[in-house]
Every structure is written in C-alpha cells, then in structure tokens.
Design a protein around this ligand. Structure first.
Ligand SMILES: NC(=O)C1=CN([C@@H]2O[C@H](COP(=O)(O)OP(=O)(O)OC[C@H]3O[C@@H](n4cnc5c(N)ncnc54)[C@H](O)[C@@H]3O)[C@@H](O)[C@H]2O)C=CC1
Ligand SMILES: N[C@@H](CC=O)C(=O)O
Ligand code: NA
Length: 436
C-alpha cells in the first residue's frame, strides 16, 4: 500500500452539485489518489444547516456552518454555494490564505473574474471554473489550453439547458412558452425563479466567460447584449419549422473587424435566433448544451453534452480538482488568465447578421414595391421573399429574409415598415445565425 501525501480539500456548499462532489470524493478516494499521486482529503463541508436533509448523506463530522474557519489550512477550496456574496469574499480569503480554488459559479466569475484572477495571480494560485459553462462539457479547458495556439473567430453556444428544453418542446410539440416552462419546472430543469434562464441572464454570464477566454480579453458582463426568450411565440417557432429553421437561444462571441479601419473588436451577445435545421446546433435537443467553436486553424469544433445536473456538473469540478492536485505534486504556480489582447468590446449596433422579418400587409397592388423601397432606402438587401394570402381577411403575410445587414440599418428599416400605411403589423423580427 503506497502512503500518499494528503491534499486538504474544503467544500463550500452541499447542494445539487456540492453534495455530488463530496460523494465522488469519498467514494473514489483510492482511485483518485493513484491518478494524482496524492490523496484528496475532504477536511470539511460548509453548509447553512448541519441538520438539513440532503439527497446525499454526508458524514456529520465533516459538516460545519463556519466556512471562514474551514478555509484556513485548506490546500484547495471548492466553492459551490452560488451567488455573489459571501462566495466572493470566501474565494478571496481562500486565495489569500494560500489555497487554490475551484468554482462552478458563473455569476461570480462573470461579475468579478478580473478581481479574483488578479488575486490568484499575485500569489501564484489557480482559480479553475470548468463547471461554470456547459456543466459537464469540457469547454473552458479546451479554450484555455487546447486552442491556446489557435485563433478563435467565433463561438455559437447553446449554454442554457432550461431555455433549450422550452424551445425544443415548442418546436416538437407546438406547446406555448408558458406550458413548456411549466413542464421544465416540473422536471426540475428551471430555477425556482426562472428569470435567470428565460431572461437570458444565465446565458449572458456564460457568454462573458467564453468571450473573455476565447479572445484573451476581459469582456465585462455589462457589455454582453442580452435578449431572453420571453417574446418567442408558438407562431414564430411554427413558421421557423416550416421554413427549415429552429429557434434557439444562442450565446454568440465573435471577432469583428471594422470595415473602414480594419481595427479588431469583439462582440458578445445572447438572443433567440433562427438556426438552419442542417446546422449541428439544431440537433441539440432537450436540456442539453452545445458550444460550436470556429477556430482559424482547427476549423469548426462542437462540444456537446449535459449542461446542468448535480452529478454531471460534479464531473467538471472533479476534473479541475484533479488537475490542481497534480500540480501540487509537481509544484509551481497556477496558470494565469490571459487577457493580453485587450480588444474593445463592441456594442450590438456594430454587428451585422441576417434577419427574417414577418409582415402582415394588405393584399393590394403596389404593396410589394412599397415594401421593397423601404428596404432599399435603408441599404438592407432582400435575399428572399415569400407571400401567403388569406382570402377571407384579404391580408397577406410576407416573410422576408435579408442578406447581412447592420443592426442599426435593420432597426431603422423595421421602424419605417411599422410606420408604412401598407403594413398592418410587423409580426416578427428574428436574427438568422449559422446559415451558409
Ligand atoms: N446545478 C447545476 O446544474 C449547475 C450549477 N452550477 C453552479 O454551481 C453552483 C452550485 O449550484 P447548485 O449546487 O445547483 O446550487 P444549490 O442551490 O443546489 O446549492 C447551493 C448550496 O449552497 C448552500 N449555501 C449557500 N450559501 C451558503 C453559505 N453562506 N454557507 C454555507 N452554505 C451555503 C445552500 O444552502 C445550498 O445547499 C452555482 O454557482 C451554480 O450556478 C453550474 C453548472 C450547473
Ligand atoms: N439553469 C441553468 C443551469 C446550469 O448552468 C440551465 O438551465 O442551464
Ligand atoms: Na464545462
């Protein structure tokens, strides 16, 4: 029997993810020790209430309500409490006391990443957060390590399981958003307050993290353009389906070169978009996540799997922990975040993409010409137009697909269409992403 040295691990939070991390650590201690060359010793678990009922029974002697004392003397601290405070203060205290930190807290990394990474770099500590984006899916380490020699051009991600479940259900069963959300809540995917999911806040935090990593630039959460799925209707999903598209909530991170100056910037944004059914992201069903990365040398890559779930997410936490423990065995400082490129983060009106606009119009002569003029007047080029006429109401529905246009030009076009006497209503405006 080999006598391994111990690496002292403190766990903060024993909820869905934390309790599974504790279980895996306790159950697989021997095997992990052989992989690492040192034993991971779980020295304590900080909880709110030691007597609370948990899905996973943990040895009572490990439980404490005193997180601050638990941190002292730990080699690695795992933060799985969620939220900003006290998580931020405890992570800073852990780093200050010489510990490495693993967290799954995307809200914390998106809002306070630079402060936490700077604190870690100052003392040579490692701050790892694979669980923060895409749950179990390896995406942080591939971006940070595997693609470190490449140049990431674009990321299209389905990074929120709840909204993907809702949109998928609307697409496959014709359910309304409200009914699909109720099912997501019943199945335990949605948060108790699902605003973070359906409002796109959770996806925006993940977009900020992905863009920062991919473009070696600090992308603050405030600079991520965010639109949720609350306005997506069953009609939009249905007409997308008929036209060969699916509606997905996308987190998009993109390098953009200014057309005039050639200067480079980055965009990070979250919105529901039409994705062609032939695109790999269209095949991401249920609560799954996928991150589609386009890199200059590697080409397109897709990372797919369980974006949430206690035990699934615990896998990512354990991966970070093992990597840190192996470094402890070898020695040396942690890897600092790379933000050397410091590219400007561009506002939404600097991006260009394609759009699908649905208009209700009067079925009269000259209407098409008037509409075509509105597009031409604002420099937006129409790629395709389909008309269906309701003989009873005498109204026509026009679905207009554009070539790439700027957000600014498109917004002006839509305003002019809404004001036009031949337009009864602008029924839908959706961006189109991932089309060739
Ligand atoms: N559940 C999931 O599928 C995923 C979760 N995450 C992230 O992982 C982290 C943990 O998530 P979950 O386990 O789902 O949350 P959870 O709500 O199930 O667990 C958090 C636990 O921390 C405890 N806690 C909160 N404040 C505390 C304090 N001051 N002292 C001691 N205990 C405290 C709570 O009582 C709760 O038991 C969050 O940051 C979340 O965003 C990331 C990816 C997926
Ligand atoms: N609420 C999130 C959980 C994981 O981050 C989701 O639905 O994806
Ligand atoms: Na991950």
């Amino acid at each position: 029997m080999i006598e391994y040295r111990s690496i002292r691990v403190a766990l903060l939070g024993a909820g869905s993810v934390g309790s599974q991390v504790a279980r895996l650590l306790l159950e697989h201690g021997d095997e992990l020790a052989q992989r690492i060359g040192a034993r991971l010793e779980l020295v304590g678990v900080a909880v709110r209430d030691v007597d609370a009922r948990r899905d996973v029974e943990l040895p009572r002697e490990l439980l404490t309500t005193d997180a601050e004392t638990l941190i002292l003397g730990a080699d690695v601290v795992i933060e799985l409490m969620g939220g900003i405070e006290p998580a931020r203060t405890l992570v800073l205290q852990a780093i200050g006391s010489g510990a490495d930190v693993v967290t799954g807290n995307k809200a914390l990394i998106a809002a306070h990443g630079p402060e936490l990474f700077a604190a870690a770099e100052q003392v040579g500590a490692q701050l790892s957060y694979e669980a923060a984006v895409g749950g179990a899916i390896p995406i942080i380490r591939p971006l940070r390590d595997s693609l470190a020699g490449d140049r990431v051009e674009r990321i299209l991600g389905i990074v929120n399981g709840t909204t993907n479940f809702i949109l998928d259900r609307m697409d496959t069963t014709g359910a309304s958003l409200e009914d699909a959300l109720a099912t997501a809540t019943e199945l335990g995917y949605a948060e108790a307050d699902p605003t973070a999911d359906i409002g796109g806040y959770d996806a925006a935090q993940k977009a900020a993290i992905l863009a920062s990593l991919a473009f070696h630039t600090n992308v603050p959460i405030e600079d991520v353009h965010r639109e949720g799925i609350t306005q997506v209707s069953a009609e939009q999903v249905e007409s997308a389906r008929k036209a060969g598209y699916v509606v997905k909530l996308l987190a998009i991170c993109e390098r953009i070169a200014d057309a005039a100056s050639g200067e480079e910037g980055v965009s990070a944004r979250v919105y529901p978009a039409l994705v062609p059914r032939s695109h790999p992201l269209a095949a991401v069903h249920g609560a799954n996540n996928a991150v589609f990365v386009e890199a200059a040398a590697a080409g397109p890559l897709m990372f797919y799997g369980a974006g949430a779930g206690g035990v699934q997410t615990a896998s990512a936490v354990l991966g970070d922990l093992v990597a840190i423990a192996r470094r402890h065995v070898i020695g040396g400082p942690g890897t600092a975040e790379s933000t050397h490129a410091a590219l400007p983060v561009l506002p939404i009106d600097r991006i260009t993409t394609r759009y699908a606009i649905t208009l209700e119009v009067a079925d009269e002569p000259g209407v098409l010409a008037t509409i075509a003029h509105v597009f031409a007047d604002h420099g937006v080029s129409v790629e395709q137009l389909e008309q269906t006429v309701d003989e009873v109401s005498g109204r026509a529905t026009l679905v207009i697909g554009t070539h790439e246009a700027s957000e600014g030009a498109l917004a002006q076009t839509v305003a002019a269409l809404a004001a036009s006497p031949v337009v009864v209503s602008v029924a839908s405006v959706l961006r189109v992403e991932g089309a060739q």
